[in-house]
Ligand binder design. Structure first.
Ligand code: 3NM
Length: 208
């Protein structure tokens, strides 16, 4: 997309983990709690199921005025009418994702060090994911945690929005934002709880 992107400070990721919750029910709960940016992340389903879930969540997000992104798959994001896509390092490059999604879409990229961040910046990503900040059990094969220092290092030279990720909780979110992140992404802290809507409300109360 053109122009500077302003992201909500909480970047809520719809990944049911092992909770057994349906992703659409989870998305509804996160929105009801006040999340205004959702990313759908379902690592173990095929494109058809991902599309079906994304197609159900997109109008729900729109009703709340929330941004809705799909992880990994620009084609699914476009077909579902999502606002954009979040790309990992092994997914399509930013330019190819834009060819699929069109000029108005949001394209974010996961980065884990300065070199990846510089490359995503040069490629024109709308925002950069930055992590893992703290230890996380959510992502298989996650790199060692880098602490808020990684955010500080990237902030020193990159102007694009930075979305910090990895083991962030309501308690640690303020120090990550203070290090220069624009937003904090969370999975377990929201999802692996008895009441995801209440977890979102609690996080939003903690944010400066
Ligand atoms: N990506 P939680 S860390 C999906 O470093 C993801 O790129 C990461 O989940 C990265 O909030 C991570 O439960 C897991 O730790 C985030």
């Amino acid at each position: 997309m053109s122009g500077a992107l302003r992201l909500p400070r909480l970047y809520a990721i719809v990944d049911p983990l092992a909770t057994g919750r349906g992703p659409d029910a989870l998305a509804a709960a996160l929105l009801a709690g006040g999340a205004r940016l959702l990313q759908l992340r379902l690592k173990d389903v095929g494109a058809r199921e991902l599309l079906a879930v994304a197609t159900a969540i997109a109008p729900l997000a729109r009703r709340y005025g929330a941004l809705f992104l799909v992880n990994d798959r620009p084609d699914v994001a476009r077909a579902a009418g999502a606002d954009g896509v979040h790309l990992g390092q092994e997914d399509l490059p930013v330019a190819a994702a834009r060819r699929v999604l069109g000029p108005g879409a949001i394209v974010g990229v996961s980065t884990h060090d300065l070199a990846e961040a510089r490359a995503a910046d040069a490629a024109g990503a709308d925002y950069l994911g930055v992590g893992p900040i703290y230890a996380t059990a959510t992502k298989t094969g996650a790199l060692p945690p880098r602490g808020p220092a990684l955010v500080r290092a990237l902030r020193a030279e990159i102007r694009r929005p930075l979305v910090a990720i990895g083991g962030i909780t309501a308690e640690t979110a303020p120090e990550v934002l203070a290090a220069g992140a624009d937003s904090v992404a969370m999975i377990a802290a929201l999802v692996d709880t008895p009441d995801p809507a209440a977890a979102v409300r609690d996080v939003l109360r903690h944010l400066p």
